[in-house]
Design a protein around this ligand. Structure first.
Ligand code: 5GP
Ligand code: ZN
Length: 118
């Protein structure tokens, strides 16, 4: 799906219908603090356009997915994590534990992160 989904939590955050601590916005993406942080820095970077899952990724979305990564890096730098390190993760589908069906890149940092993830 590529149009706003009325039942989508993140589309509602984009529309300002649900409050969130917004950290960045441009004409393609939005970043905000995760409500249940798993690390000292835990932000989500999402496309303004509703895409349910990375499994729907298409060649027309290359620039959009690139912008998600660039914004994550910008937020990591602004948060002082460029030297110490950080992680970006995108969960897709039930085995990966995706719980919100609007594409989102997790930006995690501020502590040592175990590898591999569970
Ligand atoms: P997923 O499990 O789909 O990869 O990640 C969904 C993320 O969205 C979780 O880390 C969860 O804490 C976060 N989340 C769920 N509901 C809300 C909300 O209402 N506001 C914010 N800011 N984050 C949320
Ligand atoms: Zn959505």
């Amino acid at each position: 799906m590529t149009t706003p989904a009325t039942d989508c939590l993140f589309c509602k955050i984009i529309a300002g219908q649900i409050p969130a601590e917004i950290t960045y916005r441009d004409d393609q993406v939005l970043s905000f603090k995760d409500i249940g942080p798993k690390a000292p820095l835990h932000e989500l970077v999402i496309p303004l356009r509703h895409i349910a899952t990375l499994a729907d990724g298409a060649s027309e979305d290359v620039e959009l997915y690139g912008q998600l990564m660039v914004v994550a890096a910008k937020r990591a730098r602004e948060s002082g994590l460029a030297a110490g390190g950080f992680r970006v993760v995108m969960n897709a589908g039930p085995d990966a534990g995706q719980s919100v069906h609007h594409v989102h890149l997790h930006l995690l940092g501020g502590r040592a992160l175990a590898w591999p993830p569970g």
